[in-house]
Write a protein that binds this ligand. Structure first.
Ligand code: ADP
Ligand code: MG
Length: 345
């Protein structure tokens, strides 16, 4: 493995963050080749195999706007593979698209997968990447890649704690000496928060909105702890009583109220991990604090909320949406060091 270390990251190496919401494909130098939603649009046919109509951004555009026989599927939605066939096609599509842009010779590929995947699911991901033309495939777990991407000193004999909040899962990892000491994954993350916004707007304003509008509201005015200035957003939807389209005004206070239970659940998961951190590592975490990655880290004042809850410093990592992809790329560069802990089965 010294061999790998000497060569570093081959020019034909690809890092893939196979996220529940977004898939990112990166090559050496952290150049992003693909950054698209992990969504597949499928035409359902009773009489033959489902046909794939679109993958990625194009498929996400179809969400909520499709006729009955077209479904937009997020095959990894809950951090498990809901449909092997569709997941495989999605992975192939992204790898082939990256290929077209760069004309790789059979690349080595490292894929970051959600922590909760079973060994059967891991095998399926590996085989999909192999059949899309990889020379070799390695897997790395999300909390580890997130920590590396956030620049935490994971190879030191020093504890670090990372919380990665994605679409389907929130993954918490305590790392030391290049490995995961404790990890936890819960299925409360961005999607559940969007769902809570839909419910709240329906109950309080009698207005029906879809997933995409809910996500937009979260991104534009969502917060975990009070903001200095209240934000307001105009929201369009269908009035539940009159059935007519209408526009209402929603404030950041409303949305904080809507999402507070889910935010608290994530905080409680963090607390439960802190409760079992070995005492020697706990001291490091007190000193170094907690880093947040993943798109959910961008919820306003989430760092502040967690910090008040666990009484420790909490920071949002640099470019949280890219942390896992960057970490996966860095892990490839340091494969010899990380060999022991990269899940290769
Ligand atoms: P995954 O790793 O599961 O694919 P990501 O790390 O890509 O997930 O994050 C996707 C989640 O982050 C989605 O739920 C999305 O709505 C949310 N998100 C993205 N940007 C923001 C933002 N600015 N504020 C709040 N949430 C955001
Ligand atoms: Mg992720």
């Amino acid at each position: 493995m010294l061999f790998n270390k000497l060569l570093g990251w081959f020019s034909h190496d690809i890092a893939i963050d196979l996220g529940t919401a977004n898939t990112i494909v990166m090559i050496k130098g952290h150049e992003i080749l693909i950054n698209e939603p992990s969504v597949v649009a499928v035409k359902v046919d009773k009489y033959k195999d489902d046909e794939i109509l679109a993958v990625g951004r194009e498929a996400k555009e179809m969400v909520g706007k499709t006729p009955d026989n077209i479904r937009a599927v997020r095959p990894m939605r809950d951090g498990v593979i809901a449909d092997f066939n569709i997941t495989e096609k999605m992975i192939r599509y992204f790898i082939e698209k990256a290929h077209k842009r760069k004309n790789f010779m059979r690349p080595r590929i490292m894929v970051c997968v959600p922590y909760g995947l079973t060994s059967v699911e891991r095998k399926a991901v590996k085989e999909s990447a192999m059949s899309a033309g990889a020379r070799e495939v390695f897997l790395i777990e999300e909390p580890l890649a997130a920590a590396i991407g956030a620049g935490l000193p994971i190879q030191e004999p020093q504890g670090s704690l990372v919380v990665d909040i994605g679409g389907g899962t929130t993954e918490i990892g305590v790392l030391s000496l290049g490995g995961l000491v404790i990890s936890r994954s819960i299925r409360t993350a961005g999607d559940k928060i969007d769902g809570a916004i839909i419910e709240y707007v329906r109950k309080k304003f009698n207005l029906l909105i879809g997933d995409r509008t809910a996500e937009e509201i979260k991104i534009d005015i969502g917060s975990a702890a009070p903001l200095d200035e209240i934000l307001v957003k105009q929201v369009k939807g269908r009035d539940q009583i009159s059935g007519l389209l209408s526009t209402i005004e929603i404030t950041s206070e409303d949305i904080r109220d809507a999402i507070k239970d889910h935010i608290k659940e994530m905080g409680n998961a963090l607390k439960s991990v802190l409760e079992v951190v070995p005492p020697d590592l706990a001291g490091d975490i007190v000193e170094n604090g907690i880093v947040l990655t993943g798109g959910g880290a961008l919820i306003r004042n989430l760092d502040k909320y967690f910090s008040e809850m666990v009484k420790l410093p909490v920071y949002v990592g640099d470019e949280p949406l890219l942390a896992v992809a960057k970490g996966t790329g860095k892990a490839m560069e340091n494969m010899s060091v990380l060999e022991k802990i990269i899940a290769n089965s």
